[in-house]
Design a protein around this ligand. Sequence first.
Ligand SMILES: Cc1cc2nc3c(=O)[nH]c(=O)nc-3n(C[C@H](O)[C@H](O)[C@H](O)COP(=O)(O)OP(=O)(O)OC[C@H]3O[C@@H](n4cnc5c(N)ncnc54)[C@H](O)[C@@H]3O)c2cc1C
Length: 564
Amino acid sequence: MENKRIIVIGGSAAGPKAAAKARRMDENAEITIYQKAADLSMASCGYPYYIGGFFDDRDQLLCSPAGVIRDSKFFWNAKKITTKVNTEVTSIDRKNKTIEFFDTITGEKGTAEYDKLVIATGATPRKPPIPGIDLEGITTLQSLPDADFLRKVHDEGKIKKAVVIGGGLIGIETCEALHLAEIDITIIELLPQLLTFLDKQMAKLVEKYVQSKANVILQNGVSAFLGENGKLTAVKLQNGTEIPCELAVIAIGVIPSTKLAKEIGLKIGQTGGIVVDEYMQTSDRDIYAVGDCIEISNLITNKPVHAPFGDLANLQGRVAGENVISGNVAKFPGTIQTGICKVFDYGVGSTGLSEQNAIKNGITNIETLVNASLDKPGFMQGKILVTKLIVDKSNGQVIGAQVLGPGDVSKQVAIWAMAVNCKLTVDDMANVDLPYAPPYSLAIDHSIATAHIMQNKLNGYFSGISAEQLKEKLGRKDNMVLLDVRNPNEYEQMRLGIGEKVIPLGQLRKRMEELPQDKNIEIITWCKISLRGYEAALILQANGYKNVKVLEGGLMAWPYEREK
Ligand SMILES: Cc1cc2nc3c(=O)[nH]c(=O)nc-3n(C[C@H](O)[C@H](O)[C@H](O)COP(=O)(O)OP(=O)(O)OC[C@H]3O[C@@H](n4cnc5c(N)ncnc54)[C@H](O)[C@@H]3O)c2cc1C
């Protein structure tokens, strides 16, 4: 039997993974990667950290775990994979199973035959079609040359003001990188919140924190780039404001690169990505597609989504690599859209559906909870975590979680991602045996405590109110008693200042007469994280108060201005 000829178009994340897996499955296959860019296997997720100076050796972006640069020589010596860099595939002939390509440096053209083809052409950054877009000083952050340009900006230290357009993951990561170069940054976001995968309250907490490092302008877009002598001097907003700047980074999302696929009539989905089945096979049985150029299924809603994430690109590449050799044996079922982002000293991550996304998708019978606690004991320098949990009330299943704060967010998001992926319920989560020792966790981990409070809420033992709901009530001037149950010294250091009474938890039983005699009056309790707030609520209920609510997450989850 003749050796199988596998051609992979795209040599960044998904493509090389597919090629490497195919090689592991078949020592004799003829595998070739065509890569338009000059480099291979670039760790694009590392670009913001290279730009920000977290490390200085650019080669580390291109290295294998063993520290070898993944260039053409490496691919051939270690994996017997032919790689053609600076080579763009310009067309595919499905009937004759060939591709046409050209060398972007020499202009040389050629054709090659395949038995199986893998399209891994990635995505291209969106750019607003507005005046001045071609001025010098405007960039995206998608390619290694983009990262080189911004690293140069960092090293030269000449630029003093920059604008980042887009408050998504890449925009925020770029903001931190440029902030480390002591550049004064303004983030501009068209929508009313940063990081749209978060619910409003969580996004507002992020915004409040980012505001301490950069200017944040929401609900405003860029209408023009202004310049002199071909160089950017300012960004003009839709409301007419002009923001002087020498640098603008556009990070308003990416579009699947599907030109080749469209030209040959492969099925394209409603999100703009190439349609594949769970084997990563396109509408042509000899062509597979993986990574940022495809659309996949959201495992909770079963709706198609474009999920441009590096982990998914690699998982899909692995599946396609196996299937092009062995027939359709491996499956990639879909995504729960887990993501995480470093926001200065905070981690911010999410998995599954947010509350707003669940409702948008018709899942309305849900319960939510915001919980705040340390990630490990105070004596081990525990740091705050704030989690919002979303549960399907009809069966208790966890369908989403968002976590943020200076604590170990990654671990929390990973725990909830497993819960969502494996369709675990709150009851399942309540007694999970996680590892515990003080350097790593609390005796009851933050995630498990969150499950416990949600269990209490579902069982009717805990009645919570979110910061957003309380803010609305304050706006309406509802008749209620606001009760901070921390100690006076804590109150002196930090307080909401919204008309609250202060009765420390330890004195509450003795000072009950200070509260209104009307047992139907609404009372809202809190403390720093609302653990004491919860205990206070139980004492009040035991004393006959019928309408007591705990401010979920306490002061730590309050995203609005505080008096102190
Ligand atoms: C700054 C940044 C930070 C990120 N951070 C994270 C993160 O923290 N976590 C995370 O999960 N994801 C992150 N991502 C997303 C992640 O990098 C992508 O999901 C992943 O790179 C997608 O891999 P891919 O191989 O599908 O596409 P790409 O990485 O886009 O690669 C596609 C390749 O195909 C080549 N190509 C295109 N057309 C042709 C053609 N016609 N012929 C030949 N070659 C072609 C291109 O040159 C390109 O190199 C980040 C992305 C960026 C840009």
